[in-house]
Design a protein around this ligand. Structure first.
Ligand code: FAD
Ligand code: NAP
Length: 338
């Protein structure tokens, strides 16, 4: 194994921010990871675990050992009449896993097609899109505890999943390296096309009979038409979470702003579209230097070329202040700031 020094992280984050890592190593097995964690010279270095870098904003050089997870492999570990249990290495690209499931007719992740990043990060924020969250197909995960180097299994309840949340963003933050995730997929699909533009896109595609692959393709088409491709414009998807408000607060706002976009959730709160709030404050399509706000979805902050992480972060601060001033809602960042 090789520990590199002073490595640019530009190609390792989808914002394309050019900062340096003090130390950098990649690993493709649990044993290799444990060997790195046992190296005497690095025992006291902080560690930063990196997947695809698609939910990260670097605002400064990283004074840590960056560990790039490249554990591969997808295998069926169990199946019965109803379910297939699929174990995937944390370093597999999420969309590769979706393609594998579509190909084998395993249902449950088709609405999550084309989300960037890797399997290992999928439980971190309980990735979600188009009415589906990964917790719905999550079975368990294996992780290595960074300090003890021991392997630990997390069940679904251990992960404390919430809306774009898990225990790994809170009590267990930076404590574990997730090495594999096991998903429980359906053999008989339960289609979910009620959300957003999926039904309309299926109509445009001329789909007569629903299938896992047609839904995945509809999601891919919508995403390609709306979201900036990080290969051409740096971004990390939605920069902020959609805030969840008590219904009473939402009703008051609705009187002042009749067009406000909100959806009731299972917790009897109203999830407000943060993109709408940001757009109303005039940020959609905004650009200052190379930092900006996407012109098709204001929730996505972008790097047009050479913006620094601090410039993007400063823009997010300005957005938070204007949204607070206009709506009395405090936006929370979804992207992990380092
Ligand atoms: P990284 O950015 O590398 O890491 C994210 C966090 O997880 C960091 O704190 C990191 O330290 C930690 N981490 C990563 N891997 C591990 C591991 N193996 N063990 C322990 N900790 C780890 N997200 C959604 O939920 N829904 C979407 O629809 C969506 N759409 C997106 C669209 C675009 C264009 C982009 C750029 C991003 C989008 N995202 C979306 C955000 C992002 O893709 C997901 O959050 C994804 O799961 C991040 O994966 P990653 O491997 O890139 O994680
Ligand atoms: P959209 O369809 O324009 O919808 C705007 C917001 O309204 C979304 O954030 C979504 O919340 C919510 N919404 C829409 N229809 C809903 C319904 N029927 N019930 C409940 N909530 C509804 O959003 P978009 O920007 O094009 O994104 C489409 C999907 O991809 C969304 O699910 C979004 O979360 C996901 N996405 C996520 C990221 C990320 O980085 N996290 C980036 C791009 C896209 P939800 O966000 O809760 O779904």
């Amino acid at each position: 194994m090789e520990i590199k020094e002073n490595i640019s992280l530009r190609k390792y984050n989808t914002f394309g921010i050019d900062v340096q890592a003090k130390y950098f190593a990649s690993f493709d097995s649990i044993e290799q990871l444990q060997d790195i964690l046992l190296l005497p010279n690095f025992q006291h270095e902080s560690k930063l675990i990196l997947g695809g870098g698609s939910n990260i904003l670097f605002t400064k050089n990283v004074a840590a050992l960056v560990l790039k997870n490249e554990i591969s492999g997808i295998e069926v570990v169990e199946e019965d009449d109803q379910f297939v249990f699929l174990k995937a290495g944390a370093g597999i690209a999420w969309h590769e896993l979706v393609k594998y499931c579509v190909h084998h007719q395993y249902a449950g992740v088709e609405n999550l097609a084309l989300i960037p990043g890797n399997v290992g990060a999928s439980p971190m924020q309980n990735i979600g899109a188009y009415g589906v969250e990964v917790k719905e197909v999550f079975h368990s995960l294996e992780a290595i505890h960074i300090n003890s180097k021991e392997k630990v299994v997390f069940t679904k309840s251990d992960c404390e999943f919430g809306y774009r949340e898990s225990v790994f963003k809170h009590a267990q933050r930076n404590q574990f390296v997730i090495t594999s995730v096991t998903y429980r997929l359906l053999k008989k699909p339960k289609y979910n096309i009620a959300y957003g533009a999926i039904a309309k896109e299926l109509e445009v595609m001329g789909v007569q009979e629903l299938s896992i692959s047609s839904i995945a393709q509809a999601v891919i088409n919508i995403r390609n038409s709306k979201l900036p491709n990080p290969e051409s414009i740096g971004n990390a998807g939605s920069f902020f979470k959609n805030p969840e408000l008590p219904k009473t607060q939402f009703d008051v706002l609705k009187m002042e702003f009749p067009d406000i976009v909100g959806y009731m959730n299972e917790m009897d709160k109203v999830k407000v579209a943060a993109g709408w709030l940001i757009e109303q404050c005039g940020w959609k399509g905004y650009r200052k230097g190379d930092a900006g706000c996407h012109d098709k979805q204001a929730l996505v902050l972008v790097n047009f070329g050479h913006a620094t992480g601090t410039e993007i972060h400063n823009l997010s601060e300005e957005i938070i202040s204007t949204v607070t001033a206009k709506f009395g809602i405090l936006l929370e960042r979804e992207v992990n700031i380092f």
